[in-house]
Design a protein around this ligand. Structure first.
Ligand code: PLP
Length: 289
């Protein structure tokens, strides 16, 4: 069951008018929230990022955090699966086509949830392949905008050569993936590009850095030059739906020794452990140790 503008209904019965500004202009934002054991993961952080995206497009948040919590609880109850991922989408509503913001138009609010499937063991064992491309998106990549045409075209470059992801480079430096954040490992240090307007501040990115800090894994947040990506010992991809994945082939060349490395294994295990204790158990405590 999906949620659309105040009502739950089967997705087949959900329609929006063609003049919706999401359809006409891509004028809206979205969030993707993983759900483990029917509990949303890092909901406060996702709601904070949602607010940041809404502020970025000057759209009023239609709900308080408490209202979001209650609504998302209903979404989870109304859908199958212990593990799900919620897709939440808000547009500037339906109005006569005009670039300028319409006055007094209610936003369109759409939420769906689907089963969350873990990346396959096989892929985690072999690692995935990626290609690189010039990051030609707009310069507000910190806003999770629904207008994803550049991301779609960039991701297709990977799909065209049976790769998983396209790693983006802007002015010689790593930004992120077309739908993920990217870390590299060099000389036994985990390196992460700094958050800026040029990348989406990933919730999984934050968790990985917290896990590194809490477990004495050497790490540094700094600009990463394209050359460093090409000579990295490991490349890691993170996102809410893919969690942590090793990239073992980049532009058809092996990354390091071409196998998932020790940083991947360690961080992947820590991530699973974190989920097991914080999501599968009954504590909502933040990471403390
Ligand atoms: N960067 C981009 C462009 C994304 O689309 C995503 C997620 O889909 C991410 C990064 C990772 O963010 P998160 O870890 O919050 O899923």
């Amino acid at each position: 069951m999906i949620y659309l503008n105040g009502k739950f209904m089967p997705i087949e019965e959900a329609f929006v008018p063609v003049l919706d500004r999401g359809f006409i202009f891509g004028d809206g934002i979205y969030e993707v929230i993983p759900v483990y054991s029917r509990k949303p993961f890092r909901l406060a952080e996702h709601l904070m990022r949602l607010q940041h995206s809404l502020d970025g497009i000057r759209l009023k948040n239609p709900f308080s955090n408490e209202e979001w919590r209650n609504l998302l609880e209903q979404v989870i109850i109304n859908n199958d699966g212990e593990d799900q991922y919620i897709y939440l989408h808000i547009t500037r509503g339906v109005a006569k086509r005009d670039h300028a913001f319409p006055a007094n138009v209610p936003p369109t609010i759409f939420i769906m949830s689907n089963p969350l499937l873990q990346p396959s063991e096989e892929l985690l064992k072999s690692g995935a392949s990626a290609v690189t491309a010039n990051d030609n998106r707009w310069i507000r990549c910190d806003v999770k905008a629904i207008s994803l045409l550049p991301n779609v075209l960039l991701r297709q470059l990977a799909v065209d050569v049976q790769a998983l992801e396209t790693i983006l480079i802007r002015n010689g430096f790593l930004t992120e993936g077309s739908a993920s954040n990217i870390f590299i490992v060099k000389d036994k240090i985990l390196l992460a590009p700094p958050k800026s307007n040029l990348m989406l501040p990933g919730i999984t990115y934050d968790v990985v850095l917290e896990l590194a800090a809490a477990n004495q894994i050497p790490h540094e947040i700094r600009e990463i030059h394209e050359i460093e990506i090409r000579i990295a010992d490991e490349i890691l991809l993170t996102s809410s739906t893919k969690e942590i994945m090793p990239i073992t082939l980049l532009d058809n060349k092996p990354v390091g020794d071409g196998k998932p490395g020790e940083f991947f294994r360690r961080l992947h295990a820590l991530y699973q452990e974190y989920k097991a204790t914080h999501m599968r158990g009954h504590t909502t405590d933040r990471l403390t140790s």
